[in-house]
Design a protein around this ligand. Structure first.
Ligand SMILES: NC(=O)c1ccc[n+]([C@@H]2O[C@H](COP(=O)([O-])OP(=O)(O)OC[C@H]3O[C@@H](n4cnc5c(N)ncnc54)[C@H](OP(=O)(O)O)[C@@H]3O)[C@@H](O)[C@H]2O)c1
Length: 255
């Protein structure tokens, strides 16, 4: 029995990952995790794959115990873990309410580690982890500052963990998309300054991002950047001074 656990499965990139995973990896059962039960229950999955909707709020640490209990009680082994749940908020620190700002750290960073730690004891040799990161992990992003900082955490955590997991032959892949056409923007612009970040260049579809992520995960890649333009941004982030990168980012948002 091959089990895949996918968080953030109720919309956007996560629901595409649920729909497409069977085309890339042998999976018998998908455990789809997010808060909205109705959305989880109506997800499309590949033929012959069993869908299990597990409504949980991952910003609450008790949720990890729930997942652990299910895995223990049912004596399951997990073939694939995909951490996709996450949200961003646009605006300066004072535009974003205190709880939402800390909430990004709780979900994007803490819950990702919480889920990874919870599931790892139930993984065998050959298992795979996909962490949905972002190109915002390549440089500081004023006006999406805490969000980008959480993704720096995800990138470095995933890369470091992949080395620690080499002896167990478990791979960790960090997927770095640019802008993706999902409900992400509804949440991100729900701040005191909804127009803080408005230029979404090189917008990608969630299907494209999910397909590239699944393919990279199957191959056990360390990092996967979606799209040529985003690869270019990665290189620029490596060679240009950080002050210049931040200036250009702010100018593109004003222009
Ligand atoms: N869209 C972009 O431009 C973009 C770019 C780069 C990276 N990403 C990353 O891609 C991932 C997926 O985002 P998306 O674009 O697909 O946005 P989305 O459509 O808004 O999906 C976010 C998912 O996270 C879940 N979620 C939110 N809060 C949660 C909580 N407390 N507990 C459990 N699940 C929770 C949501 O489900 P519920 O509301 O039902 O809980 C939903 O399934 C995120 O990590 C995001 O940072 C997005």
């Amino acid at each position: 029995m091959f089990v895949a656990i996918i968080t953030g499965a109720s919309s956007g990139i996560g629901s595409e990952l649920v729909r497409l995973i069977g085309k890339y990896i042998k999976v018998d059962e998908i455990w789809a995790i997010a808060r909205r039960k109705d959305r989880l229950e109506s997800l499309a999955v590949g033929e012959g794959i069993k869908l299990r909707a597990i409504p949980l709020d991952l910003s609450n640490s008790k949720s990890f115990k729930e997942v652990e209990k299910l895995l223990k009680n049912e004596n399951k082994k997990v073939e694939v873990l995909i951490n996709c749940a996450g949200y961003g908020k646009f605006g300066a620190y004072s535009d974003i309410d205190f709880d939402s700002e800390l909430g990004m750290i709780d979900l994007n960073a803490k819950a990702l580690v919480g889920m990874t730690r919870t599931v790892l004891p139930f993984m065998n040799e050959g298992a795979k982890i996909l962490q949905v990161c972002s190109i915002s992990s390549f440089q500081p992003l004023p006006l999406a500052n805490v969000y980008a900082a959480t993704k720096v955490f995800v990138l470095n955590y995933s890369r470091g963990l992949s080395v620690e997991l080499k002896p167990r032959k478990i791979t960790v892949t960090a997927l770095c998309p640019g802008w993706v056409n999902t409900d992400f923007f509804e949440t991100a612009t729900n701040t005191k300054n909804p127009k803080a970040v408005t230029k979404y260049t090189f917008m990608q579809t969630p299907e494209r991002v999910a397909r590239q992520g699944l393919s990279a995960m199957k191959k056990g890649r360390l990092t996967s950047i979606v799209g040529f333009q985003n690869k270019l941004l990665y290189v620029m982030g490596k060679i240009l001074p950080v002050k210049l990168i931040m200036k250009v980012w702010l100018l593109t948002q004003k222009g």
